[in-house]
Design a binder for this molecule. Structure first.
Ligand code: CMX
Length: 134
């Protein structure tokens, strides 16, 4: 793992949270999109050396909806930017890390992503995020 690409932050409502990040903290909104496969609406914010990803659930049965119900708003995951995600996944598996995905899934911004179970990562949900060479 060479760099953190973004930090995922679960919020109940993106539009209620955005003024804090943009107006109060003075950060820049990079873009917003819906990731149907993950049942989330996301907003990416430029935080200098990495991005913040605000995550609002779509519907009531996705991972973010469940997280908000159990833990409330706050840091949800840390995403490492990787290249060659399938090889990285194989390497981690060989080291005994429990992956939540057997194959990469589509993530925001056209990236391929895969998650590592917090149980085998000392309580942190990590994401591998492959944008094809960035
Ligand atoms: N960070 C750290 N620990 C977490 C966690 C998180 N984000 N989410 C759940 N956990 C812990 C719980 O606290 C719980 O621990 P205990 O057993 O000690 O209580 C355990 O993991 C199981 O939690 P759960 O609430 O029963 O939830 P599930 O097992 O149903 O799901 C997880 C948890 C991580 C497997 C699931 O959220 C998942 O598959 N996540 C990957 C996909 C994802 O998060 N998508 C949304 C983001 C999409 C995007 O970035 O685009």
């Amino acid at each position: 793992m060479k760099k953190v690409d973004h930090i995922g932050i679960a919020v109940k409502n993106i539009y209620e949270a955005l003024p804090y990040y943009i107006e109060t903290l003075g950060l820049q909104l990079l873009g917003m999109e819906e990731v149907e496969s993950q049942k989330v609406k996301v907003a990416f914010i430029d935080a200098g050396n990495c991005k913040l990803e605000l995550l609002e659930p779509i519907g009531e049965d996705g991972a973010i909806s469940k997280f908000l119900e159990k833990r409330g708003e706050g840091i949800h995951h840390i995403a490492f930017g990787v290249t060659d995600i399938r090889t990285r996944m194989e390497e981690l598996k060989e080291h005994g890390v429990q992956l939540l995905d057997s194959q990469p899934r589509p993530g925001a911004g056209g990236a391929e992503v895969a998650f590592l179970h917090p149980k085998s990562s000392f309580g942190v949900l990590y994401e591998l995020c492959d944008k094809g060479g960035n």
